[in-house]
Design a protein around this ligand. Structure first.
Ligand code: NI
Length: 176
């Protein structure tokens, strides 16, 4: 089932998601719906908070850097109760977000991360990532704490991006 993606400035995006006590069928259904929604929206990642669910779930399908056409499903992963174990280095990347459509901005992140999570069967696993996957992991985990990429910008830059976003929303309303 394709879910509705909540858009900024909906206050639900500030939700701190709760840890999943047991990975049961209702969590697996959420994972499946989120994967379907992510592909439908042509995203590379999606967090539960973005579809109005307050449980800690993230799905990702980040293309390899040498990939032109995205091989759908190749790097698909679901993370329940994900947490960052360690980070290393710094990187800058132009990010966008399905909940803040139409705008992008350079965001500073750690260059490498190690993340611990449960898979769809409730089994713990660890992933070490760099490149776009490391950025996407940090972006999606932020969503579970109610943080958007625009919250990570300087105040001046954030105001600029917000103004641009508001303008694009108004244009969208007038579109047929
Ligand atoms: Ni996002």
């Amino acid at each position: 089932m394709i879910l509705e993606i909540i858009k900024y400035p909906d206050p639900f995006l500030k939700t701190h998601a709760a840890r999943v006590e047991s990975v049961d069928d209702s969590v697996r259904k959420l994972i499946d719906d989120m994967i379907e929604t992510m592909y439908y929206a042509r995203g590379i990642g999606l967090a539960s908070v973005q579809v109005g669910d307050p449980r800690q779930v993230v799905v990702l399908d980040v293309p390899d850097e040498d990939e032109n056409e995205r091989a759908k499903g190749k790097n698909l992963m679901a993370l329940v109760n994900p947490e960052i174990v360690s980070t290393e280095g710094e990187t800058l990347y132009e990010e966008g977000c399905l909940s803040v459509p139409g705008v992008t901005a350079d965001v500073e992140r750690a260059a490498r991360v190690k993340v611990r999570a449960l898979d769809r069967d409730g089994k713990p696993f660890e992933i070490e990532a760099d490149g776009l996957l490391a950025i996407a992991l940090q972006h999606e985990l932020d969503h579970l704490s109610g943080v958007l990429f625009i919250d990570r910008l300087s105040r001046l830059k954030r105001e600029l991006v917000k103004r641009k976003y508001k303008k694009s929303l108004e244009t969208e309303e007038r579109a047929i």
